[in-house]
Design a protein around this ligand. Sequence first.
Ligand code: ARG
Length: 461
Amino acid sequence: ASNAMWGGRFASGPAAIMEAINASIGFDKKLYAQDIRGSIAHSEMLAETRIIERQDQEKIAHGLNTILAEIEAGDFEFSTRLEDIHMNIEARLAELIGPAAGRLHTARSRNDQVALDFRLWVKDELHRVAEALKGLIAAFLTRAEHHAATVMPGFTHMQTAQPVTFGHHCMAYIEMFSRDLSRMRDAIERMDESPLGAAALAGTGFPIDRQMTAKALGFREPTRNSLDSVSDRDFALEFLSIAAICATHLSRLAEEIVIWSTPQFGFVRLSDSFSTGSSIMPQKKNPDAAELVRAKTGRVNGHLIGLLTVMKGLPLTYSKDMQEDKEAVFDAAETLDLMLAAMTGMVGDMEINEAAMKKAAGSGYSTATDLADWLVRTLGLPFREAHHVTGRAVALAESRKLGLEKLSLKDLQSVHPGITDDVFSVLSVQNSVKSRTSFGGTAPAEVRKQIRYWKKRLGKA
Ligand code: ARG
């Protein structure tokens, strides 16, 4: 009894729209392998505990393996009408093995099923990303070793601050990426619990063995609260926050590469593989890959905020809202994989222009702190006074359009009569970096020490 005016459309309209908004198969088909793995482990446990017949279990496992092969061969027809990956696979199983298929879902719900599948996927992805990140770290370590003594300007406020070495700068990224790596390990450790067996939300009356399925699926142990098991998406949020932090690190590196590769800086030259030309300006070599890494960080960060916002305020336990967890994670994962691959390529094959770095390191009065330190060490001036004296020397050099080291001894003595010839030894950028021997400092010997530390630590990790 639909309306004569718009009934024709209304009769099918809402159903079609409902299907469109409800279906997740378009993206959750990515979980097929995890879904099949989980179902085989579940059926195995059901047979072991005599909840189903062994004969039926064998049919189920065989059918699921057939489906796995069909999907991997591209021979599987996914149906939107069947909503999601779980129902697509179950329906196909029924086609393949008949009534035995109906026994698979005993003591299980799609709620614990999807929580399991997604956790397995995120855990696997974290292992993959960690491997990719190790590749980037290795590329950086190689560069750091070659350039432990290559002097470049260090910046604060993007203004020349003090000379550092390029190797030291590379090692700063190793610190960041190693923290990302350790966050990945921590997260894997925390999500290493199987939600399978929580069923819809309350557990089940069937004598299931959750330890058995947890172990079979490579988890340390089963989760301890069935309500939390089906409503928790912390593992996805943690993945996204780790991805966002890592992407943020990558974006800082990307920005530095963009700056370093400008003709004005000329510290690095990107290979042709990681840059593009301009359709109008023949001289251009654009750092597109670095710019895109910088930009894609926005996307990854957005997914974190997106899922946090989906989850906030959700009452326990499962709500369909949680179906929105997957696209965020899948896209963030795909994006991060690509960013890491591009960055590893860029870092591995960009050309380092040592002369340009050194020249820049000596400009902008980068050794002014060294002069102040010399005044403290040699003449016993309080640092604040030494700072003042040095400021006058910089002003004098600036008025003559000279570097500090180019001032004559007489000029320097006009600023402070106690200054001797010995001062020139600290005004060179080389000697400046060499003197920074404090733990974690930029002295090449210290940088090499840090490289050895990380090589050893990452080697056994
Ligand atoms: N496609 C659903 C999801 O991704 C699976 C769980 C559905 N459970 C339910 N009770 N409707 O969240």
